[in-house]
Design a protein around this ligand. Structure first.
Ligand code: ZN
Ligand code: FE
Length: 766
């Protein structure tokens, strides 16, 4: 006897070849009925024998396409309509779409084989893709995911592509972005007033790269600037033209063997490199490439992930390419052709322009196989906009993130969707990109301002805060920066009620008392809130924001509290005069604030060990110090005592100063300093956990990107039997803040609503 069932499949099931897969499966099991893309996933009407149905459902999960992620399958019985075949029906529109949009996918093995098969109609065609691979988020204009709603809408299928698209037995059955060189877009090279198209353009680009040129190449989510990483003249030219003095460049290598040659890749790192997101993976360098990553012992590598990149290597491009976001210093990545041609005019010697438009800018992601497991350090291409957590939210929430390394999170139907990395909001263009991304995400998920809870950082001067206060949302609340860091780890794990000791160390964040925090210990849970229980001993920070750019300026306030006080202008310190000016501000307590920032403490140590110049990117001095320390053998930790509730940096810096005066090698001092930090943090945590009866420690904040510190902490904590939780899905730096904000906002708003009469009061700071 046949039964009829309605199956609702939720998760990442659109744009990943799911409907054709269902179709083929239904055929195999003799299931009749239909499948369609709804706005909350895929709906299947299945009629067959009950046993066949059970097997069909089992295989739905077991044999799903590689990029699909099934969250749940809901089965309901329904009335049979007596259909005699199985069909893919037109997509259905609904008011509240909560479908999961697939991130972009790397070109698959099958397509790669065809790409280099001279007999294949798509031989050397740079936009080859299928239901298992290719662009998704970067081409989707609106939902549901169908060709007219993508940036491929301008191209009509020819007979060949249309045939494949309509053939249920074909790998490209209902693959929305497919095309071929006859009916689809192609690549065009513009160089010195000449234009070449198709494979000729690709070959010429490869030749240009070989000859040392800088070429802007359109990728999935924006333009890259590419040059030969082995040609130091090209690399330095890139730095000069991009106004990017020292920040490391990412590399794209032809294959995994080359990745092994360049870096020490452990199996986890290799797995990350090959993972479906194909992120830039940071790994210890085996060799230095001039100008690529100055003063850094890591290299950031990625493998080719689009057909155009495979074609460039095949056409003879250098084996190792610098592949960096096409922009000037901190601007957002260029993704529209006209804009790119204009903005990159003085940087790129030539432009390899892809004719397929990009729907939204998506940078490359960055990840690392860290001592506590894989961690995403920049969440963008290949990850965004997938859900990162399930949260117990009643309605939609928009969390606006922090002003540096910004990302936003939108919670819809309890799913937390994190946007791609947007960047630092100190540029006009970045702010525009920020507003665009917010509008875009709200539009994709059909969320109205009237229904939203908006969450922002507690910093009153943040761009994101000021933006939040202009929004027409009924509820707007503030969340303290470091509590958001801690909550981001717990949100990832779905642990809303778990009481923990949360340690948040980073550069800057606005504290409850208006001071600049960044060395904080909290006790509590996401649902009950976090109480600050301990912190770094406060220091004076002169001159506000500028102190983050000059380590010696940050040092002046910390050093003012240290007893032994040599002449820092003299050898071996040789601080520039800026230090004297800053120290004078500290003396007079003029234009000064208080800080508990561990980031600034690292800056101070870096300054004492020789980093006395200006930093050119966030966290540079701390990275420099970590790299220095990594060159030393294990050293005795310098004292960093915890005198509840303060970690006292004075003995720590005192030891650094006296060893430096005593002529101890700087890398050994750096190692002793780092080890001292680890021991101090561990001892403080152990004491607090004991006192507060906690068994789990959460580490988050930019400082915890320091692998050396993490490995010291890992061995210390494993001895004391405390569990340590860190970020994996979202960055421990400010890129993960928006997830923590959204989790904390759920309970903050509940608390306000429980106060009833005061429900319409002003925003609360958690
Ligand atoms: Zn494919
Ligand atoms: Fe932070």
């Amino acid at each position: 006897m046949k039964t009829a069932s309605l199956l609702r499949v939720r998760g990442i099931v659109q744009g990943v070849g799911f409907r054709p897969f269902v179709y083929r499966l239904a055929r195999a099991y003799g299931v009749t009925g239909w499948v369609l893309n709804g706005e909350d996933g895929v709906t299947i009407h299945a009629e067959c024998e009950p046993l066949a149905l059970a097997a069909f459902i089992e295989d739905l999960e077991l044999k799903a396409p590689p990029a699909a992620r099934i969250a749940e399958i809901e089965v309901q019985s329904t009335t049979a309509d007596g259909s005699s075949n199985f069909a893919i029906r037109e997509s259905r529109r609904k008011d509240q779409p909560t479908v999961h949009i697939s991130p972009d996918l790397p070109v698959c093995e099958d397509c790669l084989r065809e790409l280099f098969d001279a007999e294949n109609p798509r031989y050397l065609y740079p936009y080859i893709n299928c239901t298992n691979c290719g662009p998704r988020y970067s081409v989707i204009l609106s939902l549901p995911y169908d060709r007219p709603a993508t940036t491929m809408s301008a191209w009509l299928f020819d007979e060949f592509c249309g045939g494949e698209y309509r053939d249920p037995a074909n790998r490209r059955f209902h693959a929305q972005p497919i095309a071929c060189s006859r009916c689809g877009p192609n690549y065009v090279l513009r160089h010195e007033g000449r234009e070449l198209r198709g494979i000729a353009a690709i070959r010429e680009t490869a030749a240009l790269l070989r000859s040392g040129a800088i070429v802007a190449v359109k990728g999935l989510g924006g333009y890259h600037l590419a040059c030969d990483a082995g040609n130091s003249a090209s690399v330095w030219a890139m730095r000069e033209r991009k106004f990017r003095k020292e920040k490391p460049f990412a590399l794209m290598v032809r294959n995994i063997e080359l990745a092994h040659t360049l870096t020490q890749l452990d199996p986890e790192a290799e797995q990350l490199l090959n993972s479906i997101a194909r992120p830039i993976v940071l790994a210890k360098a085996r060799m230095q490439l001039q100008g690529v990553a100055p003063d850094n012992d890591e290299l950031g590598l990625m493998l080719p992930y689009t057909p155009i990149e495979h074609l460039l290597f095949d056409a003879g491009a250098p084996d190792v390419l610098v592949m960096t976001s096409a922009n000037r210093s901190n601007e957002p990545i260029a993704y529209q052709d006209e804009d790119a041609l204009q903005r990159l005019a003085g940087i790129a010697d030539a432009f390899l322009i892809g004719e397929r438009p990009i729907a939204r800018r998506v940078d490359d992601s960055v990840a690392r196989a860290g001592v506590f497991g894989p961690v995403v350090l920049r969440r963008a291409r290949g990850f965004a906009p997938a859900a990162v957590a399930t949260l117990p939210a009643r309605g939609p929430i928009l969390a606006l993130g922090a002003d540096l390394k910004n990302s936003i999170t939108l919670v819809v139907d309890s799913q937390a969707f994190m946007s791609q990395h947007i960047g630092d909001l100190d540029h006009q263009d970045a702010r525009r990109a920020y507003r665009e991304t917010i509008r875009d995400l709200l539009f994709m998920y059909g969320v109205q301002w009237e229904d939203l809870i908006v969450v922002h950082d507690a910093h009153p001067q943040y761009v994101s805060t000021q933006y939040a206060l202009t929004l027409p949302a009924p509820e707007i609340c503030a969340v303290q920066h470091h509590r958001a860091h801690v909550a981001s780890v717990l949100a990832e794990r779905g642990e809303m009620n778990k009481p923990v000791l949360g340690i948040s160390f980073d550069g800057t964040g606005y504290g409850d008392d208006g001071a600049i925090w960044g060395g904080e210990f909290f006790a509590g849970s996401v649902s009950e809130g976090f109480e600050r229980v301990a912190h770094l001993r406060p220091a004076v920070l002169p001159g506000g924001d500028a102190a983050t750019r000059f380590p010696v300026q940050a040092a002046s306030g910390f050093l003012a509290q240290v007893d032994c006080w040599p002449d820092f202008a003299a050898a071996p310190f040789k601080f520039p005069t800026l230090y004297r000016h800053a120290a004078r501000l500290v003396e007079r307590n003029f234009r000064c604030s208080l800080t508990t920032s561990v980031g600034r403490l690292f800056d101070t140590a870096a300054a004492l060990l020789g980093f006395t110049r200006k930093v050119t990117f966030e966290g540079q001095a701390a990275m420099w110090l970590e790299c220095l320390a990594a060159q030393a053998q294990v050293a005795e930790p310098y004292p960093f005592p915890f005198i509840n509730p303060e970690l006292d940096f004075r003995p720590l810096l005192g030891a650094v100063i006296s060893d430096r005066l005593g002529g101890r090698p700087v890398h050994a001092i750096a190692r002793g300093f780092q080890k001292g930090i680890a021991v101090g943090v561990h001892d403080a945590a152990a004491q607090l956990c004991d006192q507060l009866r906690l068994d789990t420690v959460v580490l988050s904040g930019g400082v915890f990107q320091n692998e050396l510190l993490l490995s010291d902490l890992k061995s210390l904590f494993s001895q004391s039997g405390l569990d340590v939780w860190t970020n994996h899905q979202v960055p421990p730096n400010d890129g993960g803040i928006s997830l923590g904000q959204s989790a904390l906002a759920i309970f903050a708003v509940q608390a306000i609503n429980q106060q009833g009469a005061q429900a319409d009061q002003m925003p609360v700071a958690l």
